[in-house]
Design a protein around this ligand. Structure first.
Ligand code: GDP
Ligand code: GDP
Length: 437
């Protein structure tokens, strides 16, 4: 399913990144967060009242060349109008309305996207009257907030969530495996799509995906249906933001959301970059199965240790994803490209795997007997029982005496024991702890 996109637009210094961090932070407090994930300060997956969404701080995008402020904001607004479902237009309540705010308002009015105005830096209730000026901009919804203190953000988010459109449901049936390729520009995503499809006989003609950011190619092999979601092939010609690397991240996020299996394409020749870690982190957080596909292996000078060395590097750099297998391929020579789909089948199966409650509890009991939870100030975690509550990714609820006692390292230990017992190759798994006396 696609997620709604919320874009924050506004002048420099109005508090865009402060509100972004606050929304990201609130989410991090309630959803699992593993150390080692490199976070982007521009994109995050937010959650409010049970609705997930993508949040973008357009102020953090760099549009090569134009350092003039107004021009920069124009590009932000253009991106927001094009890509977002709801625009959060942030203004500064202490500075009052400025000519630039009015200019941005004019740009936003030209779109038919819903706009919510957040008047920031209203740190004290007695300052609330400053918001009335901003009603002149004609957007209807004006919310006083203090990003610094976190006041007012609840009402603001309530309104934003209300404005989310009903996004189209996925048009592919349950037994179709949805696969996307993500990675930095030039790692060879398009070449890989062609190499994978080139091997197939039954190709249905590609269609532009629901989001128009991707080209979907449905095909079938050995009775299994797939759709390849290709983000690289589609370009929005003439858009300034199109050429920025940061923007390609947004497209990757949307594709990840619609996929079961994510092929994280790395450049064997150039090695692993920071951007790779961020993009892979999104696949992990979104709970998708992942495979590292190291491309351009033909161009790498190698001996019999090179592959192991690269594999170790992947383990080190993406240590939060040590469940994901790695393949070393060449889109150019087609070497080992034929191993990709069988691996996709395998991880897709593991991603959708269900284990019985009785076997699960045997494994948990055994894990606790082998290594009991450490005690914390005289108290010790007790696991009463566990049950799998969903698939894609496999998600388990563990009923415990006190969730606070379940430290990260012990959860990690339990996760490893579940993997030893059941596999879950290529897929993240989630443990949710619930209190039960
Ligand atoms: P951006 O350029 O729009 O991303 O703005 P920043 O988030 O970097 O914030 C600019 C400045 O405004 C920083 O010094 C923040 O600490 C400050 N700021 C942000 N939110 C608030 C707020 O709610 N109240 C006050 N008093 N200051 C704020
Ligand atoms: P994308 O931006 O990720 O879609 O990357 P492309 O598929 O457009 O490829 C970028 C460049 O890398 C092109 O010049 C390709 O010819 C080259 N390339 C792609 N795959 C391989 C490969 O397996 N080996 C080598 N040597 N070059 C490749």
């Amino acid at each position: 399913m696609s997620l709604p996109v919320v874009a924050i637009v506004g002048r420099p210094n109005v508090g865009k990144s402060t509100i972004f961090n606050r929304i990201a932070g609130e989410r991090i407090a309630i959803v699992e967060d593993k150390p080692g994930i490199t976070r982007d300060r521009i994109y995050c997956r937010g959650e409010w009242n049970g609705r997930s969404f993508h949040l973008i701080d357009t102020g953090g995008l760099e549009f090569g060349g134009d350092d003039e402020m107004l021009e920069h904001i124009r590009h932000q607004a253009e991106l927001a109008i094009e890509e977002a479902h709801v625009i959060l237009f942030l203004v500064d309540g202490q500075a009052g309305m400025t000519a630039t705010d009015e200019e941005v308002a004019r740009l936003l009015h030209r779109s038919n996207k819903p706009v919510v105005v957040g008047v920031n830096k209203v740190d004290h209730p007695s300052h609330r009257e400053v918001i009335y000026d901003f009603y002149q901009m004609g957007f209807g919804d004006v919310f006083p907030i203090s990003a610094l203190h976190g006041t007012g953000t609840g009402d603001l988010l309530d309104r934003i969530v209300e404005l989310f459109p009903d996004l189209e449901e996925e048009e592919y049936d349950e037994d179709t495996i949805r696969v996307c390729l993500i990675g930095r520009p030039n790692v060879g995503k398009s070449s890989l799509v062609n190499a994978i499809l080139g091997e197939e006989r039954v190709i249905v003609s590609p269609v532009a995906g629901t989001t128009r950011d991707a080209i979907d190619t449905p095909f079938e092999r050995d009775g299994q249906k797939y759709v390849l979601i290709d983000t690289a092939g589609m370009r929005k010609k003439g858009r300034v933001y199109e050429t920025t690397e940061k923007y390609s991240v947004l497209r990757a996020l949307k594709a990840i959301e619609r996929s079961d299996v994510v092929l994280v394409v790395l450049d064997g020749e150039r090695g692993i970059a920071e951007q790779d870690k961020r993009i892979a982190g999104y696949a992990h957080e979104a709970g998708r199965a992942s495979i590292f596909v190291v491309n351009k292996w033909d161009a790498v000078e190698k001996d019999d240790k090179t592959m192991d060395r690269f594999r170790r590097e992947i383990r080190d750099e993406f240590h939060f994803m040590d469940y994901a297998p790695s393949l070393f391929v060449s889109a150019k020579t087609k070497r080992r490209v034929h191993t990709i789909l069988p691996m996709v089948n395998e991880v897709a199966e593991q991603h959708a795997m269900r284990v019985s409650t009785s076997v699960l509890n045997e494994v948990l009991t055994d894990a606790v007997l082998t290594t009991p939870p450490p005690s914390d100030k005289g108290k010790r975690l007790r696991i009463l029982y566990g049950t799998q509550v969903s698939v894609k990714p496999p998600t388990f609820v563990l009923f415990v005496n006190d969730p606070e006692l379940a430290h990260f390292s012990y959860q990690r230990y339990l996760e490893n024991r579940l993997r030893e017992a059941f596999g879950f190759h290529g897929t993240p798994i989630r443990l949710l702890l619930r209190k039960r006396n």
